[in-house]
Design a protein around this ligand. Sequence first.
Ligand code: FAD
Length: 360
Amino acid sequence: MKSLKENFQKAHIVIIGSGIIGKFNALELSELGFKVTIIDPTQLQNSSNAALGLLMGNMYQKRRGRGWDLRKQSIQLWPQWITFLQKFNCKLNIEKPLIHLTTNEEKFKKLEKFINENNDLNLQILDRDSIFINNINKAFQTKNIKGMISFKDGRINALSLLKTLDKYLKHKKVNFLKEEIIKIRKSNNQWISKTRNNENIRSDMVILCNSLKAVDLIDSLSHNIKLKPVLGQAMEININDEEVDLLSLPKQFNINGKNIITKSKNKLIIGSTDEYSTKPEENTFEKLTNFLDKKPNWLIKGKISKKWFGIRSRPDGEPSPIMKNLEDGLIICTGFYKNGILLAPACSKWVANEIKNYLS
Ligand SMILES: Cc1cc2nc3c(=O)[nH]c(=O)nc-3n(C[C@H](O)[C@H](O)[C@H](O)COP(=O)(O)OP(=O)(O)OC[C@H]3O[C@@H](n4cnc5c(N)ncnc54)[C@H](O)[C@@H]3O)c2cc1C
C-alpha cells in the first residue's frame, strides 16, 4: 500500500464551482499538497461575489447541534487563515465588532436570556445609554432599539477575500478551467468530468461546489438531494443629507434582520432579502429599507447607487449546508444558502478529513 504522502502527491482533485466554497476547498487541498483543478465557466457571477461578508458566528443563538459545531469550528479557523492569507493581501482583515439590534421586545428578551445563560464576555447586551445605541437612535430617529454586541464577530470584505484567494491559487499554480461541466462519470477508478466543449477531465476525486447545479451532475435515483433557489438582494445607498453623519454609526450592524454596512459619511450598504425566486424584483429599495415602523427622512430620500443580487441554494428536506461523501471519490458541498463565507473554513476542513480517510 502506498504511503499517505505518496497518495497525496499523486492524487488529482477536480473542484467544480469557484464560489467561496470551491476556492476555499482549493486552498486547503493545495496546502495539503494535492494537485487541484477548479472548473467554472463564470466565476464572477455567483452568490459569493454578492455576499456582504458578515461573520455571525458567536452570536448564533443555538449553542448545540451541527449548525453550532460548524460555526464554532469556523470561528476557530478564521484567524489562522487570515494570518496565512495576509501574505497575499496584507489588508485582508475581519472588521469587528458586530452589533445585532431589534425593536421587538420578545426577540430582545430571547437575546438577554441567551447572553445570561452563556456567560461569554465577548457577547454583551448594549446599555441603553451606550454610544452605539445613542447614535443609532439619533440617526434612525427611534427610541426603542435594543440589542447586543459581539466583540469576536465581524465582517470580511467578500470580494477582497475572493481576490486574495485567486492570488494564492495563482501563486500555487492551481489549474483553473473556464468551462461548464455537464456530466461526471466514473471509469476505471477515475472520475471523468465532461465539459460543454466535449473535453474530458480525469481526476481521482471530484468535489461538487457548484451550488444549485450540483444536483444536475449526480444520479438523482441514488442520491436524493433537493435544492431550492433563494434570491438575495443588496444595495448601496447614497444619502444627500446634512442631518445625518453615517460615520457615527457602527461599521457593521443588523437591525430587525437587515444587515447594514457603513461605507462613508454618506454611503451605506443594506442587504439582504431572502425570496424563493431567481429573478430580482423592482421594489428592492422598499424591501431593504422597511425594517423600522417609520423610516427616517434621509433614508426615504436616499438614492440607490448600486444594487446587486445572488442566487443561493437552500436544501429542501434537510438542514443547510449539505456536506456529504456521495460515493468513493465524490464529495458534495452545497446548500450554503446563508453563511457560506462564515462556514467556508469548516467546510474545507471537513472535506480534507474525508479525503485523508479515503486515501489512507
Ligand atoms: C446578497 C447576499 C448577501 C450575503 N451575505 C452574506 C454574509 O454576510 N455572510 C455570509 O457568510 N454569507 C452571505 N451570503 C451567502 C453566501 O454568499 C453564500 O452562502 C455563498 O456564496 C455560497 O457559496 P458557494 O461557493 O456555495 O456558491 P456560489 O458562490 O454560488 O458558487 C457556485 C459556483 O458554481 C459554478 N457552477 C455552477 N454550475 C457549474 C457547472 N456545471 N460547472 C462548473 N461550475 C459551475 C457557478 O458559476 C458559481 O461560480 C450572502 C448572499 C447574498 C446573495
